[in-house]
Ligand binder design. Structure first.
Ligand code: KIV
Ligand code: ZN
Length: 514
């Protein structure tokens, strides 16, 4: 007998709290569609009270998704709960997730509340939220550093007030597996009404233990895990969805539970999230890293050829590595293009949008023989960015780089429809291009990260460039793809500048003191 492990994905909420990972409403919808296709049970789509944009995104995701429950986060206060309830109202199945800190340090220094008031407030918040839906989740924030007796009392009160899911967060990633597993075991044994709720965990990765802690909790009875694609999230991130899901699936003999997930959607989801947020995936990342199934040593290669299981515990196809091979080419028509994008969860709202994306596809197909899903995802990300906040566009770039000479870039940008030119020299062609762009846009952003990733195999692969700029504490990521990596770099820089110039979007992580 295997229990079901509920997968609660918080890429669109906690994942979005990574610096520079803010997503637009349409980007959230695209990611949510892939999560739905993956059969994720619950999608936490955002923090509706954080900003109008966040509210609208959660509402839009609630309208677009049929098969996964949609969750909105709320502090344990009336205004937040009202906003979350309204945002998830259109969903087929909506959940409100309310939280309140219970650790001594959070209660004293952040909330400035007495434990007895925290207990009363938690109980009140759950009862209040229950008038909107039965599906209420309660989290005692910083549970991993809370005093166990007090935690038992708060959780008992929350269940009595109607919480159907109790989520135990290790908010600061302080716990270690043996102790965190024991905590879950103790809570489930000591809380008198513990059988009336699903026990969930939410672990952060500050000590690199988020997945290990989550799995220790599963071994001790937790039946929901909160996680994110690629482990995206606050600071060092959250537990990674792909690692949790594949660990329980590969080791059913240990965990005695399994998820409903269609794991073939894991790699496409990873690519999409990386593309939209501009957070690259390290090559040696488990499951979704480019090298996760690559065998370098001769002995390993020989073993795998003779019998795959000698060195592989999972099949690459099962997590979506081979499903995304060559799909389209120069002779593919508009319909094939549209159908393939539909399979990837991308729908165009107007014919004009489809035509514009198709024209971009044809340009790419002229440069590149085989168009893979990764190329299509990058194309759609660029196209979407251009239609949302781009008042600066790259028109032309000419770079002169030769041995013994200082590289020079001549650039033409369209700024609010007007063409502006600049020339600059730099230590390399990329540096020269960035300097030329800065001469025009004068963004003053500090370059925090520059990375190049080949989107697919082959020397004609598109290079995908991430540029991270910081200005006055605001961090933005730009992403650009092209078969020419200097052009990809310039596109990426321009996208980041456009984001810096766009009306500052409130960071989803708002002041949580109440
Ligand atoms: O890390 C945390 O404690 C959270 C809660 C809101 C669940 O993200
Ligand atoms: Zn968190």
């Amino acid at each position: 007998m295997h229990d079901q492990l509920i997968i609660f994905d918080t890429t669109l909420r906690d994942g979005e709290q990574s610096p520079g990972a803010s997503m637009t409403r349409d980007e959230k919808i695209r990611i949510a569609r892939v999560l739905e296709k993956m059969r994720v049970d619950v999608i936490e789509a955002g923090f509706p009270a954080a900003s109008r944009g966040d509210f609208e995104s959660v509402q839009a995701v609630s309208k677009s998704i049929q098969d996964s429950a949609i969750c909105g986060l709320a502090r344990a206060i009336q205004g937040d709960i009202d906003r979350a309830a309204e945002a998830v109202k259109p969903a087929n199945s909506g959940r409100i997730h309310t939280f309140l800190a219970t650790s001594p340090i959070h209660m004293k220094e952040k909330l400035r509340m007495d434990p007895k008031d925290v207990l009363a407030q938690a109980e009140w918040a759950v009862k209040y939220a229950r008038q909107f839906t039965d599906d209420i989740e309660f989290s005692p924030e910083d549970a991993g550093r809370s005093e166990p007796d007090f935690l038992c009392r708060v959780v008992e009160a929350a269940i009595k007030a109607g919480a159907q899911t109790i989520n135990i967060p290790d908010t600061v990633g302080y716990n270690v597996p043996q102790q965190f597993g024991q905590l879950i075991n103790d809570l489930m044994e000591r809380v008198p009404n513990s059988d009336k709720a699903v026990w969930s965990v939410h672990c952060h990765n500050d000590l690199g233990l988020a997945v290990a802690n989550s799995l220790a909790a599963v071994l001790n009875g937790a039946r929901q895990v909160e996680c994110t694609i690629n482990g995206l999230g606050e600071r060092a991130g959250n537990a990674s969805l792909e690692e949790i899901v594949m660990a329980v699936r590969t080791r059913k003999d240990v965990f005695f539970c399994d998820t409903r997930l269609n794991t073939e959607q894991i790699v496409p989801a990873s690519r999409l999230v990386s593309g939209i947020t501009g957070f690259p995936v390290q090559p040696n990342k488990a499951i979704v890293g480019a090298n996760a199934f690559a065998h370098e040593s001769g002995i390993h290669q020989d073993g795998v050829i003779k019998k795959r299981e000698t060195y592989e515990i999972m099949r690459a196809e099962d997590v979506g590595w081979s499903a995304n091979r060559m799909v389209l080419g120069k002779h593919s028509g508009r319909n094939a293009f549209k159908m393939r994008l539909q399979d990837l969860g991308v729908e165009f709202e107007t014919e004009e949008e489809l035509n514009s994306a198709f024209a971009r596809f044809k340009d790419l197909a002229d440069k590149k023989h085989e168009i893979f899903d990764e190329d299509l995802q990058a194309l759609v990300t660029e196209e979407a960015a251009e239609h949302t906040n781009e008042h600066i566009k790259l028109t032309t770039l000419q770079v002169c780089s030769q041995t013994g000479e200082v590289p020079e870039a001549k650039i033409t940008l369209s700024v609010d429809g007007k063409e502006v030119r600049a020339t600059a020299r730099g230590s390399g062609p990329v540096d020269a291009s960035f300097k030329a762009i800065e001469k025009i846009v004068k963004s003053g952003g500090q370059l925090q990260l520059y990375s190049v990733n080949a989107l697919t195999g082959g020397a004609d692969a598109q290079g995908e460039v991430t540029v991270r700029l910081e200005k006055a504490g605001r961090v933005v990521n730009g992403l650009g793809a092209d078969t020419d990596i200097v052009i990809a770099s310039a596109k990426s820089y321009v996208m980041a500048v456009n984001k810096l110039h766009s009306k500052a979007r409130e960071h989803p992580q708002i002041d949580q003191a109440i």
